[in-house]
Design a binder for this molecule. Structure first.
Ligand code: ADP
Ligand code: MG
Length: 332
């Protein structure tokens, strides 16, 4: 049986001498990583730190028995997505892990998925905590950005365009498929499920939007577009008109009936796309930033001075959709 310390050394401490090739010089800027009471992190001169935590709980955020490699990816992806939505560059993260047992197969799959995504983004694991208990994964992530460049929720301005990155709704469609609430063939369920299990955080796009000051406000869509956009509207004291038929449906959802497309694009959840607002003078630059970061960007509405969210169809006619974002306590 692995001890707590062997487990950390074997699966999470890549500065350990046996793993010198993956050591700190290659990875990050922590002045001191795993192994002491605290890690030491030195922000680049003049930069602000962006810090966020996200917890994934078994049977709440993922099914019991979920693939360990995908879980390793997803728990870091949702945290990277928060940095992306702020326009921050990933630097480092900590991992607090409650595990029912020290299962080597699970640990090697989980750490492989985690480090593959961490290395893609140059983000170093610098510490954490490990305990026995019901499976629960909590990551705190640290990024940095120039003062005044953060894409805040309270910065939308009436007249801004409303934009969405990537595509929406496939993760929610997969959930409906797994729950047998909606019939999908095996290939469709696999493709939609991949979107649910391995979201791609839009870090490069967020960096371009903030670094070049193209966008005003941004949020990442975790609980469904309408709910998450509502946070921008409330914080900024504005309203919006959203063209529901302009929303970019994921490839699997795009082949489903219109009523389902509208519902899952507007209020699906688990998308991890960016919703952002920007002045119309920036349209060409935003399309170029999307190209440069390999992420589609779609204009889906406008920010209005009048409060409230108005949903319209492609012809601009009001749509009376019953939608709500995901709320853990409201639905519990
Ligand atoms: P403490 O007793 O001070 O809480 P621990 O014995 O829990 O310290 O951890 C020893 C070292 O291993 C610390 O540097 C801690 O940050 C690191 N660590 C513990 N668990 C993890 C983990 N899951 N991932 C990465 N580092 C971890
Ligand atoms: Mg501890």
């Amino acid at each position: 049986m692995l001890s707590e310390f062997d487990l950390i050394k074997q699966y999470f401490n890549r500065q350990h001498p046996g793993r010198a090739a993956l050591g700190r010089a290659a990875l990050g800027r922590a002045a001191l990583g795993i192994g002491d009471d605290c890690a030491l992190l030195a922000p680049s001169p003049g930069m602000q730190m962006a810090i966020s935590s996200d917890m994934l709980v078994e049977d709440r955020h993922f099914f019991a028995g979920a693939d360990a490699r995908m879980l390793g990816h997803k728990c870091l992806a949702v945290n990277l997505s928060d940095l992306a939505a702020m326009g921050a560059r990933p630097v480092a993260f900590t991992l607090a892990l409650a595990l029912p047992a020290a299962d080597p197969d699970w640990l090697s799959g989980f750490s492989a998925g985690l480090f593959a995504l961490a290395d893609q983004h140059g983000c170093e694991l610098i510490g954490g905590d490990t305990t026995k208990g019901p499976l629960n994964i909590c990551i705190t992530i640290f990024g940095e950005l120039a003062p005044g460049h953060a894409l805040r929720r309270d910065a939308a301005i009436a007249g801004d365009d409303l934009w969405i990155s990537g595509t929406l709704g496939d993760a929610r469609l997969a959930l409906a498929g797994y729950r047998k609430q909606y019939r999908l063939d095996d290939a469709a369920l696999l493709a939609a499920g991949t979107r649910m299990h391995t979201p791609a955080p839009r870090v490069a796009l967020g960096l371009a939007l903030a670094g070049k000051r193209l966008a005003h406000a941004a949020i990442d869509i975790s609980d469904g577009l309408v709910g998450d956009l509502g946070h921008i509207l409330a914080a900024s004291g504005v309203g919006a008109t959203l063209d529901v038929d302009a929303l970019p449906a994921g490839p699997v959802l795009a082949a489903q009936p219109q009523a389902l497309r509208r519902q899952f694009c507007a209020a699906g959840g688990d998308d991890y796309e960016l919703c952002f607002t920007a002045p119309s003078s920036r349209r060409d630059a935003i399309v170029a930033a999307g190209h440069a970061s390999g992420t589609a960007v779609t204009r889906v509405g406008t920010i209005d001075a009048a409060p409230g969210l108005r949903l319209v169809d492609a012809a601009g006619q009001a749509l009376d959709l019953k939608l709500s974002g995901f709320d853990h306590f409201a639905s519990a």
